[in-house]
Design a protein around this ligand. Structure first.
Ligand SMILES: [Ca+2]
Length: 103
C-alpha cells in the first residue's frame, strides 16, 4: 500500500493495481498474483479504480469478482487497460481477482 500516482504511466511491470478511490486515488494495492480473498490484500469492497499493468503474454487479463474465491459476477480488465472508475455496478464491490485470458 502507499500513495497512488495521479496518472499511472509506465512500462508494464507484471502487476495489477487497485485503488480505493476513482481516478487512482486513495490507498493503492498491487500484486503479480491471483488474490482469492481481498481481506488479506486490500480489503473487501474498496476498489474504485484499477489498472492492469501486466505483461502482454500468457494470462494477461484480470477478472475481478464480487465475492471471494472467484465467485459471483465477474468483469474483465484487459491487459494494458485502466479504469479511472469501475464499470457501472462495480464500485466498491471487488473481493477477489485472477489473471486469465478474456475472449
Ligand atoms: Ca472505494
Amino acid at each position: 500500500m502507499g500513495v497512488a500516482l495521479a496518472a499511472p504511466a509506465s512500462a508494464a511491470d507484471g502487476r495489477v493495481y487497485v485503488y480505493e478511490h476513482i481516478n487512482y486515488g486513495g490507498r493503492v494495492c498491487s500484486t503479480e498474483g491471483n488474490v482469492s480473498d481481498y481481506a488479506s490484500f486490500c480489503g473487501h469492497d474498496m476498489v474504485s479504480s484499477a489498472w492492469n499493468n501486466g505483461y502482454n503474454s500468457g494470462n494477461r487479463d484480470v477478472i475481478f469478482y464480487e465475492h471471494p474465491n472467484y465467485r459471483g459476477r465477474g468483469t474483465c480488465l484487459k491487459n494494458g487497460q485502466r479504469w479511472a472508475r469501475m464499470l457501472p455496478g462495480w464500485n466498491d464491490v471487488v473481493s477477489s481477482h485472477r489473471w486469465s485470458i478474456c475472449s
